[in-house]
Design a protein around this ligand. Structure first.
Ligand SMILES: C[S@@+](CC[C@H](N)C(=O)[O-])C[C@H]1O[C@@H](n2cnc3c(N)ncnc32)[C@H](O)[C@@H]1O
Length: 264
């Protein structure tokens, strides 16, 4: 018999790791069996089950659509009378019923192509699963991802009809509360939600915004208000002459036991 290494803490970590891997494999198998290109399709399905964001006949913009899992789900939800336009940095294999564009959503050239697809029509729903390339430096990745989300809001909100919905992936950490504060005036309901199918339960969460209230929109952009909030939090962006090294207070927040947290 081998000597047993580690204690109860290690056992718990291993068990949690096993459960996460098992869940991930299970969603991947289900995606394959059901014809979805990515297991992320189940995240949008679960958001839809909980919040009924998309309706038949809707016009949906899918931001960060590669490889096309959310676009497949969106096409099913909007039906034959609806429309789905997707955009991603990476070219996407066609999804029947959707127009999938290749480009950077923050670039004017891509934005113009999206506007030309809209042809003056407003969107009913925006779904965004956008996530930038990961460098492995968590604080930096998380901050870049949150700024990108703010930019997506600033570009897409003027295209969203009154009463429309918006869901976007967020990465837990510094700036989440500030982004939510910046977004809140634009909708009558803003909630955080962790779908069961989310791969990394400790860091991935979706913001589900319903009932767009464009008449309440503040003048400053979401990015400006988000950055002002973060600067206030971290004490401004001035650099001291001879700064003392300080330990980072950044922590990855663990998922709350309740999956669905109302924002007040
Ligand atoms: C998690 S994947 C999306 C998966 C997709 N929802 C699905 O179900 O197939 C995130 C995507 O965001 C895209 N992305 C990141 N930055 C982007 C940008 N600036 N403009 C457009 N797409 C971007 C990435 O290329 C990546 O494909």
């Amino acid at each position: 018999m081998r000597a047993r290494q580690g204690g109860a803490f290690e056992d718990t970590l291993m068990a949690e790791h096993w459960v996460e891997n098992h869940k991930r494999d299970s969603w991947r198998k289900q995606a394959k069996a059901s014809g979805y290109r990515a297991r992320s399709a189940f995240k949008l399905k679960q958001i839809q089950e909980r919040f009924q964001l998309v309706r038949e006949g809707d016009f949906v913009l899918d931001v960060g659509c590669h490889p096309g899992g959310w676009a497949q789900v969106a096409v099913e939800l909007v039906g034959a009378k609806g429309r789905v336009v997707g955009v991603d940095l990476m070219p996407c294999a066609p999804v029947e019923g959707a127009i999938l564009l290749t480009g950077d959503i923050t670039e004017p050239i891509t934005q113009e192509r999206i506007l030309s697809e809209l042809d003056g029509e407003l969107l009913n729903v925006i779904v965004s699963d956008i996530s930038p390339d990961i460098t492995g430096k968590w604080d930096m990745d998380q901050s870049v991802a949150m700024t990108l989300v703010a930019d997506v809001f600033d570009f897409a909100l003027p295209l969203l009809t009154k009463g429309g919905g918006f869901t976007t992936k967020l990465f837990q950490g510094i700036g989440v509360e500030e982004l939510i504060t910046a977004v809140r005036p634009h909708f009558s309901s803003v909630r955080r939600y962790s779908p069961e199918a989310s791969r990394n339960s400790s860091s991935e969460v979706y913001l589900v915004c319903r009932h767009h209230t464009p008449w309440k929109a503040p003048k400053a952009s979401i990015r400006e208000r988000y950055e002002a909030g973060v600067n206030k939090l971290v004490g401004g962006d001035e650099i001291a002459d001879d700064p003392e090294p300080v330990a980072s207070s950044f922590r990855v927040r663990r998922k709350k036991s309740s999956e669905d947290l109302e924002e007040h």
